[in-house]
Write a protein that binds this ligand. Structure first.
Ligand SMILES: C[S@@+](CC[C@H](N)C(=O)[O-])C[C@H]1O[C@@H](n2cnc3c(N)ncnc32)[C@H](O)[C@@H]1O
Length: 345
């Protein structure tokens, strides 16, 4: 059942029973208790429907300092901080910026740069803080032993600060993944988001950290490292709807670079109409100015408006809890939602 059709208690029960257990024992436990706590559910129901989602409420509590603990302690924390939790829930949104996804985009980006014989210009729609706009600055460790990273000078030039240690993005591969030998050159990067987060703003960064599941310290660590990289050269982020902003932003991209428009974990926020409009906009951009399109999204990318299917031969079980990576509309890989795996088709 879609979340919009569930009652609040069922939403928390479903999150605690199905969404959280593989990633966070603590969130699973808290959510199941909240589902059976009518007084708390009544308080949550005072918020607008889209603000009642479990991850948002739990991240707000973490943002304000809730630690991994038994439910009794967490419930006390909620009581003591409820006004601040409400304020945080009402002013923030789930905007997890998962830099690990760059590992699953890298082979396609490198292949596009090689095929075009040009450096890349990137536009990420639904960019959050824009951390995925720096795929040329991170270190990639694929499970076949391939490591791809930027060669930095052994010593920084005089007067220049040392480059921050990049996050190591580890990825398990299967199939004939075209792993690149080097990182693509990226000469321009920009993003669009309804509410861009600012890597230079400590509150925004603390919010991004709070969105990481409590037990996943390795994700928080790589987030911190990616933020340090992005802080050196904060990306151009345009505030607004991706359907309204894409064409005008693309005009700013240099003509002598190959433009790639990409997105991960964004299409679920759009209506079917918004997704169809976006598809038409990208196809128009490709025809008018030339661009490539990488879409890394969950199951909703499969079913098309006309009832057809992008990958009719694929067993839906194979996609459960994973993303499909499409390059220029064609499926190329099934990917781990946080970039942890890449299965080439
Ligand atoms: C789950 S986050 C994913 C962020 C990033 N793509 C990543 O993979 O780390 C989804 C982002 O899409 C943005 N978003 C949702 N709908 C949007 C729209 N119509 N136009 C622009 N951004 C949108 C949200 O504000 C949020 O920052």
């Amino acid at each position: 059942m879609p979340a919009e059709a569930m009652g609040t208690a069922d939403w928390y029960r479903h999150f605690g029973a199905f969404d959280a257990p593989g990633s966070s024992a603590c969130y699973a436990d808290w959510s199941l208790h909240i589902a059976d706590d009518p007084e708390l559910i009544a308080r949550i129901e005072q918020w607008p429907h889209n603000k009642r989602q479990p991850l948002l409420m739990l991240a707000a509590a973490r943002f304000l300092g809730a630690r991994i603990s038994p439910y009794g302690e967490f419930r006390k924390f909620l009581d003591e901080h409820w006004a601040d939790i409400s304020r945080t829930v009402l002013s923030r949104a789930t905007q997890t910026n998962e830099v690990g996804r760059c590992a699953t985009l890298l082979p396609s980006l490198a292949a596009i740069a090689a095929a075009e014989g040009k450096p890349l210009a990137l536009i990420e729609v639904g960019a959050s803080a824009g951390l995925a706009l720096f795929p040329d600055r991170y270190c990639y460790e694929f499970d076949d032993g391939t490591t791809v990273t930027r060669l930095l000078p052994a010593r920084p030039r005089k007067g220049q600060p040392a480059a921050p240690e990049p996050p190591a993005l580890r990825c398990i591969t299967s199939g004939m993944v075209p792993l690149p030998g080097r990182l693509p050159d990226i000469v321009w990067r920009a993003g669009i988001d309804l509410n861009p987060l600012d890597v230079g703003n400590d509150d925004d960064v603390a919010w991004l950290e709070a969105l990481v599941w409590p037990e996943q310290d390795f994700r928080r660590e790589r987030l911190r490292r990616a933020v340090a990289v992005a802080r050196q050269e904060p990306p151009l982020l345009v505030a607004g709807d991706l359907n309204e902003q894409l064409v005008s932003l693309a005009r700013q991209a240099p003509d002598d670079a190959a433009l790639v428009v990409f997105h991960s974990a964004v299409m679920g926020y759009l209506s079917a109409e918004g997704r169809a409009r976006f598809r038409t906009t990208v196809q128009g951009l490709a025809a008018d100015r030339g661009c490539h399109w990488l879409s890394n999204e969950g199951e909703m990318v499969i079913a098309q408006e006309d009832g057809s299917n992008v990958v009719p031969e694929m067993d839906p079980e194979r996609l459960k809890g994973r993303f499909l990576l499409l390059q220029d509309g064609l499926p190329v890989a099934v990917t781990g939602p946080h970039g942890q795996s890449l299965e080439w088709l």
